[in-house]
Design a binder for this molecule. Structure first.
Ligand code: HEC
Length: 181
């Protein structure tokens, strides 16, 4: 009987001890979590003053813009491939909007000025496809599209992201949209 009581007491003390330990550990953990945020906040204005945003700040944004380009590049192919020129023009315009957004964001990635490079890579292929859509030239569209894919990968390599490889799509991402005119 006495032994059981003693054991129960010990067990409750252990549970209590663990709870107290957790409680005292929590503020320390929270403080640690806040610490990196503080330093990020401190370094951001200095980097922003250089004219280029800091990596942590834009990282999510650039990848999101790239994903948007990836989707529009996919749809663009299936529009142009069936000579649906109004839809082709629509996606060329969408791509241009995203490229403009990237150019204006003044993004540097691993020391590479992505924003400054964007027109140099993408300008000509987009123009070639625009001309093809205007003259309704399916073959010229195909050539322009290949040039664009090469440009996508050219910048990925230049910005040390050569492991992100774009290719001409083989089937549309979305099956709920019709591309035929
Ligand atoms: C001027 C440079 C540049 C050009 C041009 C460019 N990219 Fe990127 N791309 C990048 C960089 C830099 C990253 C890495 C972004 C990061 O680290 O957040 C990236 C990342 C990506 C990703 C990874 C994001 C994801 O969701 O998987 C995709 C996809 C992508 N690009 C698609 C494209 C496509 C498609 C084109 C052409 C139509 C293109 N990119 C043109 C620089 C470029």
């Amino acid at each position: 009987m006495n032994n059981t009581h003693a054991m129960l007491l010990m067990m409750s003390l252990m549970v209590l001890g663990a709870a107290v330990a957790c409680d005292t550990a929590r503020p320390a953990k929270e403080a640690a979590k806040d610490a990196p945020k503080e330093t990020a906040r401190e370094t951001t204005p200095a980097k922003a003053a250089e004219g280029h945003n800091e990596e942590e700040e834009h990282e999510v944004e650039l990848a999101a813009l790239m994903l948007r380009m990836q989707i529009h590049a996919d749809k663009l192919y299936f529009a142009g491939n069936v000579s649906n020129w109004p839809l082709t023009n629509f996606y060329l315009h969408e791509l241009e909007e995203t490229l403009e957004e990237i150019a204006e964001a003044k993004i540097t990635e691993d020391g590479f000025a992505v924003s400054d490079a964007v027109q140099g890579f993408m300008g000509k292929p987009i123009e070639a496809m625009e001309a093809a859509a205007k003259t309704k030239d399916a073959a010229a569209f195909g050539t322009g599209y290949e040039q664009m894919v090469t440009a996508c990968n050219g910048c990925h390599t230049a910005s040390k992201h050569g492991f992100i490889v774009i290719q001409r799509p083989t089937r549309p991402i979305f099956t709920n949209q019709r591309f035929e005119p």
